[in-house]
Design a protein around this ligand. Structure first.
Ligand SMILES: CC(=O)N[C@H]1[C@@H](OP(=O)(O)OP(=O)(O)OC[C@H]2O[C@@H](n3ccc(=O)[nH]c3=O)[C@H](O)[C@@H]2O)O[C@H](CO)[C@@H](O)[C@@H]1O[C@H](C)C(=O)N[C@@H](C)C(=O)N[C@H](CCC(=O)O)C(=O)O
Ligand SMILES: Nc1ncnc2c1ncn2[C@@H]1O[C@H](COP(=O)(O)OP(=O)(O)OP(=O)(O)O)[C@@H](O)[C@H]1O
Length: 488
């Protein structure tokens, strides 16, 4: 049980009604999770309004209701607390409920359209190798000092988020690196948290189904930096058109990183190939295992954050040189005998597939073939199927269409939908193999010395979802097994 008065610390209360309650058992924003003695916070959502579930929450046992508008009829023995914004209140209350722990650890948030998972994961790996106990909150997975927990959101809801941070604190974590999505900022999932630092990667047109306009998307992202405290650091990408704007109104100490202009954290690419990056960062040369210019930016952001957190520059670069990126994000291996490069990437949209294939094309230096294994998910946007196929054909020498997560659809039909997008001139360079394992094996059989195999779409996922059942499936593991089996 927790004292209601303490949980309401810093919440802007407009009025209070009903029967006074001194303690609550927990906080819930979902009436379906309410238990006897819960405090139910009615949040206006994107689909429905939590206010319409107040009665259900009371029936479930809630003794306190936090809301923006009082219900027409008040129930007996319930305390009602009216606030200006329930989502903000939920954030602050969750932070108080779990012991205001974000200020007791160093919490670093990463926001931007691309690179959040990579930057947060690299920071987690770096600080873990520097012998700190760390937490990671990301799209791919959450981690508490090495213990892996599944992730459902890029940034969890306020209650789950504060609970997770409390678990990290209890395990002795001193740093938590987390992704901050624009949805989370907009829905106040991070309200009440004290950040030690914030990092901006970049912003491009995305998520406009949610934010409606690009200006609104920028405004939401900027709110994160506007809310950082003066003792925090704010690091931004000087080479992004909106990099400077992000830091315009922040109280935090401002830093910029760049590959192009003078900046606090200045980097230069000396070598950029499918075998890694050679960079000079603040006059120190560093050989990294990550691939592509975008990863040079990610590495600079990580380096900058580590320096802001008072780590030794040489040591940071030394550790960074050995790190691989986030699982399933341009995740690559080299086959033992024929030095075939195998890349597993989460790219499951035409845009992402184009980015990965364009990066491969820019980095390969000779006549190496690019063989792409790709499919599309079932029960999702059908319009993207032919477009994905077209992109794959445009940038690959050979393509194998296969199944992704067919879910409740017929995998062969999904592939047919993809085949409709194959340009006439590319008809001879694709084949279709429904069984994903067979498709990967065929790609390995087709590949010669130094060729490049891209297995796209599932990245870090460890399953294939077919008719409601998730079967074990791991692209990276299977690719590696096939290299061995085929003897390449
Ligand atoms: C569009 C969106 O972001 N929706 C999020 C939002 O749900 P919502 O606003 O739709 O909720 P709602 O269904 O309208 O319900 C409103 C309120 O009524 C409550 N309710 C609802 C039903 C009921 O019976 N009882 C009840 O109390 C709900 O708990 C909620 O508080 O708030 C929920 C709780 O925080 C989130 O789980 C949910 O994420 C959905 C599942 C989602 O898919 N979100 C994606 C788009 C998302 O957030 N993505 C970003 C990453 C984006 C990226 O960079 O790729 C992320 O951070 O994960
Ligand atoms: N700094 C960057 N700039 C542009 N593209 C990037 C950057 N970092 C990674 N990418 C590309 O975007 C893809 C997604 O990267 P990552 O998962 O790190 O980003 P994210 O912001 O977490 O996106 P998501 O929420 O979709 O996972 C990668 O596979 C890579 O192709």
């Amino acid at each position: 049980m927790a004292l209601l008065q303490q949980i309401l610390y810093k919440v802007k209360i407009i009025s209070v009604a009903g029967a006074p309650v001194s303690e609550v058992s927990d906080l819930q924003t979902d009436s379906r999770k309410v238990k006897p003695g819960s405090c139910f916070i009615a949040v206006k959502g994107t689909l429905t309004d939590g206010h319409s579930f107040i009665n259900a929450a009371i029936t479930g046992g809630a003794s306190v209701v936090v809301c923006e508008i009082l219900p027409a009829t008040l129930s007996d023995n319930i305390q009602y607390i009216v606030v200006g914004n329930s989502a903000v209140a939920a954030g602050i209350m969750a932070h108080n409920f779990y012991g205001e722990l974000s200020g007791k650890i160093k919490l670093v948030g990463v926001t931007g359209t691309n690179g959040k998972t990579t930057i947060a994961t690299l920071l987690f790996k770096l600080f873990s190798q520097l012998n700190y106990k760390c937490g990671l909150i990301s799209t791919v997975q959450n981690q508490i000092a090495g213990k892996i927990l599944p992730s459902t959101h890029t940034t969890p809801d306020a209650i789950s988020l504060n609970k997770l941070i409390a678990e990290m604190y209890a395990e002795g974590c001193t740093y938590v690196f987390m992704e901050v999505s624009s949805h989370a900022i907009d829905q106040h999932r991070i309200a009440g948290l004290t950040f030690a630092g914030g990092i901006f990667s970049n912003i491009t047109h995305d998520h406009l189904d949610y934010h409606k306009t690009f200006d609104e998307y920028i405004r939401v992202k900027k709110q994160f930096f506007d809310s950082l405290p003066s003792f925090a650091f704010a690091i931004s990408n000087a080479d992004d058109k909106r990099g400077a704007v992000m830091l315009q109104n922040t109280k935090a100490k401002k830093y910029l990183y760049s590959l192009k202009t003078m900046a606090d954290f200045k980097g230069k690419i000396i070598e950029n190939s499918l075998r890694g990056l050679v960079l000079v960062i603040n006059d120190i040369e560093v050989h990294c295992r990550l691939i592509g210019t975008f990863n040079a930016y990610n590495l600079l952001a990580v380096y900058g954050a580590a320096v802001c957190l008072n780590e030794n520059k040489q040591t940071v670069l030394q550790v960074l040189s050995g790190l691989t990126g986030a699982e399933g994000r341009f995740d690559y291996m080299v086959s033992r005998n024929e030095k075939i490069i195998g890349i597993v990437d989460y790219a499951h949209t035409p845009d992402a597939l184009l980015n990965v294939l364009a990066t491969i094309k820019n980095l390969k230096h000779g006549e190496e073939k690019v063989i792409t294994v790709v499919g599309c998910g079932g029960n999702r946007d059908k319009a993207k199927r032919p477009v994905m196929a077209e992109v794959a054909c445009q940038y690959s020498d050979q393509i194998i269409f296969t199944s992704d997560n067919p879910r409740n659809e017929d995998a062969a039909q999904i592939i047919k939908d993809m085949e409709a997008g194959v340009p006439i001139i590319a008809r001879k360079k694709y084949i279709s193999i429904v069984d994903r394992k067979e498709a990967i094996k065929t790609a390995v059989n087709l590949a010669g010395q130094q060729d490049i195999i891209l297995v796209a779409g599932k990245g870090h996922e460890k399953y294939q979802e077919i008719n409601g059942i998730k079967y074990d499936f791991d692209d990276k593991k299977i690719l590696s097994e096939m290299f061995q089996l085929v003897g390449k």
